[in-house]
Write a protein that binds this ligand. Structure first.
Ligand SMILES: [Mg+2]
Length: 190
């Protein structure tokens, strides 16, 4: 069978092909999450079976190829060089990390908001080390409870407690703790 007969001939077809491959990758990921990396589809004949993780890898490669194919169409403003850049290993320099990890930014934003809320509710003098320790304990409990109940709710609990830990760590770093000399901003000249 000539693979080329299925190659997209128009931009819309190329975009639809990418959409299809993304859907297949999502299906492979969903099965991998539900049944594990080392499981496989039991309805597939034994000789054709592959592990879920290998299925996922194959689908991710298909997504890559379908994305790369977009660059061949003049109507799609995407060059082969841009595709190569998008598919190349990430630049791990500090500035690149800042611009490439939106979830980090969301977390830090939540932590800053939590600091502002905590300062209003518990202004200085406040025992920030005790509060930080309490939040670490709550985060530990959220992690230990993570196997029970609604997974989405558990994930949210972990996120929220981690935000509170980060917020209290910020208060310790910025405002210090009145119980400890030289821990506050006035003590070190900053
Ligand atoms: Mg808490």
């Amino acid at each position: 069978m000539d693979d080329n007969q299925y190659a997209p001939k128009f931009p819309q077809q190329a975009l639809a092909h990418l959409s299809e491959e993304l859907g297949e990758a999502t299906a492979a990921l969903g099965k991998t999450i539900r049944f594990g990396c080392n499981s496989f589809n039991p309805t597939v004949p034994p000789m054709d079976r592959e592990l879920n993780i290998d299925w996922l890898r194959r689908q991710i490669r298909n997504v890559r190829d379908a994305y790369r194919a977009l660059a061949a169409f003049d109507d799609i403003p995407l060059s082969a060089a841009q595709v190569d850049q998008d598919l190349s290993p990430p630049d791990m320099s500090d500035t690149a990390i800042e611009s490439r990890t939106p979830r980090d930014a969301v977390f830090m934003h939540a932590a800053v908001r939590e600091v502002q809320r905590a300062r209003q509710k518990f202004p200085m003098p406040n025992t920030t080390l005790a509060a930080l320790t309490e939040e670490v304990g709550e985060l530990a409990k959220a992690l230990m409870d993570s196997g029970e109940g609604d997974p989405k709710q558990r994930r949210d609990d972990i996120w929220n407690e981690a935000v509170q830990v980060a917020a209290m760590a910020m208060r310790v770093a910025i405002e210090g703790d009145p119980a400890f000399p030289n821990s506050g901003p006035g003590d070190n000249g900053s």
